[in-house]
Design a protein around this ligand. Structure first.
Ligand code: A3P
Length: 345
């Protein structure tokens, strides 16, 4: 009898204990997210005539909840209307560079309560078929957001595609353009690794990087190889500068975003005229992945997909030296134009 009573009591205590721990965790999570979502200061020229008081804490608190539900199709049109949700054209675009860390940059910026990301690469400006569908098609591809938030999309092919600068200019000549770059040789190898993985997935063989990057006839760098051409950043940037002044670009150091993301993100916040809201709390190093991962609150965190942060194949050091020597003058020009020196070899 006594044993039965003891067991009953233990069970009750266990239930009560779990409830208490659950409630505590919930409260901490709420407080954590409330703290992050303090009312943000107006973003210059972006909030229009509406006052800060009209955008209370509550509105932005809904960002993760309501928008997430809407994406899952659980929110009615009525709720969207009630909450003033809209699909806005992007105010900033991550135009490249492929393998520079474009996904990491987009996901990390999305930690900011005033930023809403377009999850997919939309390829509106670089794909003639999509472009022919018109700007309304593009806008409808954008996520729902509050009017005071800014939408950001990323399509790395924009940076290297001939027609894109003019097309973006026609949509919005004052748009902010983000370019994330990595040391050009590393970026080219990363680019190669992605293609190689695709071939291997289809059980196809592929050339070695050395064979593609160096012209066997001349033993010089093969400038016809796309991975090499993409890394000549200054050549592409010069095309963009025919349409946009340099002040409308911000260069993100993709190598530093890997090792020390916060200062890079703070520079972007500044460039976008956003109040600083991304903190060290939002970024934690995951030793298993070997990369920083994202923490939205005490409960929700995530690392980038496994396709980000691949192991690169070993490349002949003499080829690396040759490539670095080749890129050097282009890099110097890039630093000079952008005003950002990146200490690449
Ligand atoms: P590697 O796969 O060569 O390491 P993109 O998103 O433009 O395709 O860039 C992919 C690169 O983002 C990866 O290249 C990786 O190094 C880099 N990266 C930067 N920050 C990262 C992060 N926090 N997690 C995973 N990859 C990150």
């Amino acid at each position: 009898m006594l044993f039965k009573q003891q067991a009953w009591l233990r069970q009750k205590l266990l239930v009560l204990g779990s409830l208490a721990v659950g409630s505590l965790l919930y409260l901490v999570a709420r407080v954590g997210s409330l703290d992050r979502l303090q009312p943000i200061c107006p973003i210059e020229g972006r909030f229009g005539a509406r006052s800060q008081a009209e955008f209370p804490l509550r509105a932005l608190q809904f960002k993760r909840g309501l928008l997430h539900e809407f994406r899952k199709g659980n929110t009615s049109k009525e709720q969207v209307r009630l909450h003033d949700l809209v699909q806005q054209l992007p105010k900033a675009i991550i135009i490249g560079v492929r393998k520079g860390g474009t996904r990491a940059l987009l996901e990390m910026l999305n930690l900011h309560p005033a930023v809403v990301k377009a999850s997919q690469e939309i390829h509106f400006f670089d794909n003639d078929e999509n472009y022919a569908k018109g700007i309304e098609w593009y806008r409808k591809k954008m996520p729902f957001s509050y009017p005071q938030q800014i939408t950001i999309e990323k399509s790395p092919a924009y940076f290297i595609t001939e027609e894109v600068p003019e097309r973006i200019y026609k949509m919005n000549s004052s748009i902010k353009l983000l370019i994330i770059v990595r040391e050009p040789t590393t970026r080219a190898i990363s680019d190669y690794t992605q293609v190689l993985e695709g071939k291997e997935r289809k059980n196809k063989t592929y050339y070695k990087f050395e064979k593609l990057a160096i012209d066997p006839n001349t033993c010089e760098v093969n400038t016809k190889y796309k991975a090499v051409r993409t890394s000549i950043y200054t050549k592409h940037l010069e095309r963009w500068l025919k349409y946009f002044p340099i002040e409308q670009f911000h260069i993100v150091d993709g190598d530093r975003l890997i090792t020390e993301p916060l200062p890079e993100l703070q520079l972007v916040e500044k460039f976008l005229n956003l109040p600083p809201r991304i903190s060290q709390y939002n970024l934690y190093f995951n030793a298993t992945r070997g990369f920083y991962c994202l923490r939205f609150n005490i409960i929700f965190n995530k690392c980038l997909a496994g396709s980000k942060g691949r192991i690169h194949p070993e490349v002949d050091p003499s080829v690396i030296t040759k490539l670095r020597k080749f890129f050097h003058p282009f890099n110097q020009k890039f630093y000079q134009i952008t005003g950002r020196t990146l200490n690449w070899p």
